[in-house]
Structure formats: structure tokens, C-alpha cells
Write a protein that binds this ligand. Structure first.
Ligand code: COA
Length: 299
């Protein structure tokens, strides 16, 4: 396809841009999901207003905390036509948001945005939960990332499979330091103040046994938003704790599971969920985190 005919300016994202960026990413991912949906998968829906507000709050946090990682592409009319938002925590770079408006994709805008976001940390550990868009994964590989094909677990949790969980407890703000310690063991970097945002948006369960520790942020419908553990035994318990929060009638999903997370696949299959392959986890200068399930936004 020809390069974008209008003049596109790449500039730092501001807080005022965030509503337009939220709308743009909703459209771009919806269009992508509709266009590439396997015929036997449920019809994709646009984000609800409440989901959009949660995402917008996470984006505002990044613009305030990581201004050098957040960029927009602006067309000659002043409209936001693309965005990328990256974070940097304890030396770990992560790509949190990346999309170009469906009408102007594949014209070089995404390449410029990715370059800008990557300039926030041109070297060192990096982590991306990639969609299955071949244009995205091309960018990541050409940018020096290792590409790990990923799986998605989907379905209703069979209540009869749920184990008794004697080691689980509710978590809260006093657990941030504790969780950063687990993050460092699992992926080499804490989430720091991202925990404050996650605490405001998700339920938190902590698993502590004499030998191991784990935490899991749980989505409203159940299932893990982000899970980190010091070993697989604790990770399994935390994943079960998140599945137990779903109800019998609502299918839930869990993304970004690579072949390194066989423990998660085993739990999902035991709970009666289906396994599909979808997307990638891309890493730079680090192994794919294993007793771990990343969040697409805070990774
Ligand atoms: C991924 C995305 C942000 C890339 O932005 P973009 O402006 O479309 O990308 P660019 O035009 O800069 O780059 C696309 C690259 O893929 C190549 N490409 C174009 N069409 C392609 C196709 N159908 N299959 C494979 N590669 C393709 C282009 O040649 C280009 O590579 P090059 O620059 O090395 O030649 C954008 O396509 C998008 O929003 N996709 C939907 C949302 C999404 O999946 N986001 C990624 C989240 S992880």
C-alpha cells in the first residue's frame, strides 16, 4: 500500500489526547477482531463504556508516569490516527498500547510510532503481549524481540473441578512491596505504582505457603488479569483462585500463555476450558516469564 498521503506528525501524547486514543484503540482492535475472527468464535463486541473507562484510566496513568514512552500520530486535520504507549519499570520496558486507525494502517505510521516508543529504552529487557496481527509481530521481530507463539484459554469453568484453596487471602495496598518482590523473582522487575492502579480496578488474591508466594489480580467476570508467583505450585493455586471467582454460566478467557506455562494450560484444561492459539509474547533480553501470566497493559 502507498505511504500515508496526508502529513502525519508523531508527537508526545498528552492527557488531552487520551479520550481520542481510547476511541482509536477500541476501533482498531474491534476491526481487527472482526476481520480475523475464526468462524466458530463468538462475534466480537466493541468495548463497553465501563471497560473503556478502566482502559482510559490506565492510559492516563502511563501518560503521567511515562511521558517519554507515550506517542501519538496526528494527521493534517489534527486528528489522532495512531498511538503507542510504553512503560519502564525497574529497567524493564513494556509496550502497553499500540494501534493505528483501520483506515490508514499499513502505510508506515505504526513503524514511526513503534520507533518513538522504543526510544524510551532502546536496550535492555523488554516485554510485549502481541496481537496476532502480522504487521505488529513483524515490527517486534524487526525491532530485535524474540517471538513466542501464545495460547488463549476460553470457556466456562466447571465448578465441580474447583479445588479447596486453604492458602488464599484477599490482598490490598499493604501488599505492594510483597508483590514487587514476587514480580522481581518472576520477571526481573516490580510493577511499582502500577499496582495502585490495578488495586483500584481489580480484586486481588494472595497465596502464601511456607515455601512459596503468588498474587493474582482478578477480572470482574473471573480469571486472571495478571498473575505472578515464585514457583509453579503457587502459580497454580493463584490461577485456581481466579477461576473460582467466575460464575457457572459466563465464559471467561486468559491470554498470553506460552509453551513455558504448561502449569497454566494444565489448570485451564482441568477446569474444562478450551485451548486455542492466538497472538504472541515478544521478549527482548529476558526469558518469557514462566510462573507468570502477564497483563496486556502493565505486562
Ligand atoms: C499493528 C499496527 C499498529 C501497525 O501499524 P501500521 O501503520 O499498520 O504498520 P506499518 O505500516 O508501519 O508497518 C506494517 C509492516 O507490515 C508489513 N505489512 C503490511 N501489510 C501486511 C500484511 N497483510 N501481512 C504482513 N505484513 C504486512 C508492511 O510492509 C510493514 O513492514 P515494513 O515497514 O517492514 O515494510 C496496526 O496495523 C494496527 O493497529 N493493527 C490492529 C491493532 C493491533 O493488532 N495492534 C498491535 C497490538 S500488540
Amino acid at each position: 500500500m502507498a505511504p500515508y498521503p496526508g502529513c502525519v506528525q508523531i508527537r508526545p501524547m498528552t492527557l488531552e489526547d487520551t479520550p481520542a486514543v481510547e476511541e482509536l484503540t477500541a476501533e482498531a482492535f474491534h476491526e481487527h477482531d472482526v476481520r480475523t475472527r475464526p468462524a466458530d468464535w463468538p462475534v466480537p463486541h466493541l468495548r463497553s463504556a465501563s471497560q473503556a473507562e478502566l482502559r482510559a484510566a490506565r492510559l492516563r496513568h502511563l501518560v503521567a508516569r511515562d511521558p517519554a514512552g507515550c506517542w501519538v500520530a496526528i494527521d493534517s486535520e489534527g486528528a489522532v490516527v495512531g498511538a503507542a504507549a510504553a512503560l519502564l519499570r525497574d529497567g524493564l520496558w513494556g509496550l502497553s498500547t499500540y494501534a493505528v486507525h483501520p483506515g490508514v494502517q499499513a502505510r508506515g505510521i505504526g513503524k514511526q510510532l513503534f520507533r518513538a516508543a522504543l526510544s524510551y529504552a532502546p536496550e535492555g529487557p523488554g516485554l510485549i503481549c502481541s496481537s496476532h496481527d502480522p504487521r505488529a509481530v513483524r515490527r517486534y521481530r524487526l525491532g530485535g524481540f524474540d517471538i513466542h507463539p501464545a495460547m488463549l484459554m476460553w470457556g466456562k469453568v466447571d465448578r465441580s473441578t474447583l479445588p479447596r484453596l486453604p492458602h488464599g487471602r484477599e490482598g490490598g495496598p499493604n501488599d505492594i512491596e510483597f508483590m514487587d518482590g514476587i514480580d522481581r523473582e518472576a520477571r526481573g522487575a516490580g510493577h511499582g505504582e502500577d499496582h495502585e492502579v490495578m488495586l483500584s480496578q481489580f480484586r486481588l488474591k494472595i497465596v502464601e505457603t511456607p515455601r512459596s508466594r503468588a498474587y493474582v489480580y482478578i477480572r470482574a467476570e473471573g480469571g486472571p488479569y495478571l498473575l505472578a508467583a515464585t514457583d509453579e505450585a503457587a502459580a497454580r493455586k493463584a490461577l485456581w483462585a481466579s477461576l473460582a471467582e467466575s460464575d457457572a454460566e459466563t465464559p471467561i478467557d486468559s491470554h498470553s500463555i506460552t509453551g513455558h506455562q504448561a502449569w497454566a494450560i494444565d489448570v485451564g484444561l482441568a477446569a474444562g476450558m478450551q485451548l486455542h492459539n492466538r497472538g504472541y509474547v515478544a521478549t527482548r533480553a529476558m526469558a518469557a516469564p514462566a510462573p507468570y501470566i502477564p497483563s496486556g497493559h502493565f505486562l
